[in-house]
Design a protein around this ligand. Structure first.
Ligand code: VGL
Ligand code: ZN
Length: 192
């Protein structure tokens, strides 16, 4: 097995690991709790090497367009400052994690961590070239954050043991699209 060595150009992106996506939340993504320890081990790895860690969070106003009551397809979730929008218990984000709020404009859906945020400039300022992406949901925000990164010229790695999706069919399509666009899918033991 080829192994990948982390270098100074790398950053970890933890996508939307929030209470509303856990099994007791408003929009449960199956398996979200299960990946918390795996994500913690990636966090530890990046922290050890002094590499930057970014955590996106879905951060919707009450009247967000993605909610069913406002014509969208999702139950109300991740409302700004609500308990459901908090990071999931047990996730060990270091104090110097860069927190990226997205979907914070009522009229715009934002599945990508790059959409309407400072993520690209923060990464660029630090010379980051390669993104290691984990979190939820594989078929929505992980996918679109990864595509956003690819469009902006980053090399993208999906951490397959640390992502979970909404449905198997859309996850399969998402993985195929990501591979076709040049992302690589790897797991913990493939990283040195
Ligand atoms: C997400 C659906 C709605 C996600 C966010 O984080 O993947 N999915 N809002
Ligand atoms: Zn959302």
């Amino acid at each position: 097995m080829a192994r990948l060595k982390l270098v100074q150009l790398d950053a970890l992106i933890v996508v939307d690991m929030q209470k509303d996506f856990s099994s007791s939340g408003a929009l449960p993504v199956p398996g979200t709790e299960e990946i918390v320890p795996v994500i913690n081990s990636y966090i530890e790895l990046f922290k050890e090497k002094g590499l930057p860690i970014f955590a996106t969070r879905d951060w919707h106003p009450e009247n967000h367009v993605s909610f069913k009551e406002n014509g969208g397809i999702w139950p109300r979730h991740c409302v700004q400052w609500s308990q459901g929008a908090e990071f999931i218990d047990g996730l060990e984000l270091p104090p110097d994690t860069f927190i990226i709020n997205k979907g914070d404009r009522s009229e715009l859906e934002a599945y990508s961590g790059f959409q309407g945020t400072l993520l690209d400039s923060l990464l660029r300022e630090r010379g980051v070239k390669r993104l290691f992406i984990c979190g939820v949901a594989t078929d929505y925000c992980v996918k679109n954050t990864a595509l956003g990164g690819l469009n902006l010229g980053y090399q993208v790695f999906i951490l397959s043991d640390a992502v979970r999706g909404v449905s198997p069919q859309t996850v399969e399509r998402a993985e195929e699209e990501l591979l076709n666009r040049g992302a690589l899918i790897l797991e913990r033991e493939e990283i040195l």
